[in-house]
Write a protein that binds this ligand. Structure first.
Ligand code: LLP
Length: 413
């Protein structure tokens, strides 16, 4: 049973009508389902149960403390990409030895912070970064556990902005240079080699790119062993897609079926970094229609949520289904759902067949749990929405709606 479904014509999140939550908490509003989150993290844990595996949730998808804490209680670790994310993970009670740290631009301060926290490993993206990590570790009198992120040059067949494992991308160390870089790493003071890392992109809807990348990773692992360098961790990154519209992405079980038979004798712990596939379909953004406006060529539904609340349609041309919070059987229109921001690129849907919404109606923008709130901004001085976590028949506000005072915090004239 899905966590988001109609009962007697009303959209529910678990056992609560969306309309009731919005009446109390206002709009726009992010609403997440605890049940959906738990199901998704368990799907990974169960699929990989036969092998030592750390599921390090990629918190860039959604870093709300309540979500992090919930996933940590389910045994998840966290993949962080900044000092701020590390701080969030620690505040949510995630053990440091379940945290991995990726990203091409780690500063010395961030490196020092992560070393002091004693994280599981740094996923290193360049020679220069490796040198920095070595220097900072030596200065702190410690050893930095590292994996090098190997760029396998595989096309993940997804949106170009979220493809990361191709030659032309800024991520990782080209596979043909990687053995030499590991050999150099093994001579650097303050560096302890623990793993190999790979991540080829996000919203992958086919298994083939995973297979190609994994083949290359295993070949590389063999090459590295023959060069006398042993690792204890293989980090396969994230990237499993979700259904936004009609996609049929591989499941965690499909990924496990690909990976597990081939790692069982390698003596390594697997690390996975799923983000979107944990939270994407566990959340919605609810917007209230403010106005209708028809021009000679277009119908506009103007809602109270804009690109600052959910950037994905504007930035990637991403599709999010729109569901009426009260089911309608009447006329449909073809139009754009737009927001209040002063930009033509401010839309949540374009040329979309949708109910003939009227002012006051509520619309659920589906699949908004991942890269929704986490990419929200205060553009046009708009306070960011509240976030709600539903658990059965009750809910909690897990982040307050921002106030005008929040908007100017820290500024002075
Ligand atoms: N690990 C690394 C190193 C990553 O760069 C990413 C995502 C992940 C894991 C998690 O990938 P996922 O399982 O969520 O696909 N804002 C974009 C997505 C950017 C993804 C960036 N990296 C969007 O809204 O589609």
């Amino acid at each position: 049973m899905s966590s988001f479904e109609y009962r007697n014509g009303r959209l529910f999140v678990e056992n609560l009508p969306v309309e009731e939550i919005v009446e109390k908490e206002g709009s726009p509003l992010y609403i997440y389902s605890k049940k959906a989150l738990v199901e998704r993290i368990r799907a990974y844990r169960e699929a990989f149960a036969a092998h030592p595996t750390l599921v390090a949730y990629a918190m860039k998808a959604n870093g709300n403390l309540a979500i992090l804490s919930l996933l940590a209680k389910e045994g998840a670790g966290i993949d962080v990409v900044s000092g701020g994310e590390l701080f969030r993970a620690r505040k949510a009670g995630v053990p440091a030895d379940k945290i991995v740290f990726a990203g091409v631009g780690k500063s010395r301060e961030e490196i020092a912070y992560a070393l002091k926290e004693k994280i599981l490993m740094f996923n290193v993206e360049s020679q220069d970064e490796l040198d920095h990590i070595s220097e900072v570790a030596v200065a702190l009198g410690t050893q930095a556990p590292v994996a090098l992120r190997v760029n396998p040059d595989v096309d993940p067949k997804t949106h170009p902005y979220i493809s990361t494992g191709m030659k032309k991308s800024k991520f990782g160390i080209p596979v043909e240079r990687a053995v030499a870089e590991y050999q150099r790493a093994s001579t650097l003071p303050g560096i302890k080699i623990v793993g190999i890392h790979q991540h080829i992109g996000s919203q992958l809807t086919e298994i083939a790119p995973f297979r190609d990348a994994f083949d290359r990773l295993l070949a590389f692992h063999g090459e590295l062993s023959r060069a006398g360098i042993k690792v204890t961790h293989l980090d396969l990154g994230g990237g499993l897609g979700i259904r936004y519209r009609s996609e049929e992405p591989p499941s965690p079980a499909d990924l496990a079926a690909l990976v597990l038979p081939r790692v069982k004798d390698l003596g390594v712990t697997l690390v996975l970094e799923p983000g979107r596939s944990i939270v994407g379909n566990a959340g919605i953004l609810v917007t209230r229609v403010l106005y209708r406006k028809n021009t000679a060529v277009k119908s506009f539904v103007i809602g109270d949520a804009g690109m600052n609340d959910l950037l994905r349609p504007s930035l990637y041309g991403a599709h999010h289904d729109l569901l009426p919070v009260k089911e309608t059987k009447g006329e449909t229109i073809k139009g754009d759902l737009v927001g209040p921001i002063c930009e033509t690129g401010d839309f949540l849907a374009t040329d979309r067949e949708m109910p003939d919404f009227a002012a006051g109606d509520l619309i659920a923008v589906m699949s908004a749990g991942a890269y929704g709130f986490s990419m929200a901004s205060n553009y046009n001085a708009r306070p960011r929405p509240a976030e709600i976590l539903v658990d059965g028949s009750s809910y909690r506000v897990v982040r307050d709606r921002e106030s005008f005072e929040d908007l100017i915090r820290g500024e002075r004239v």
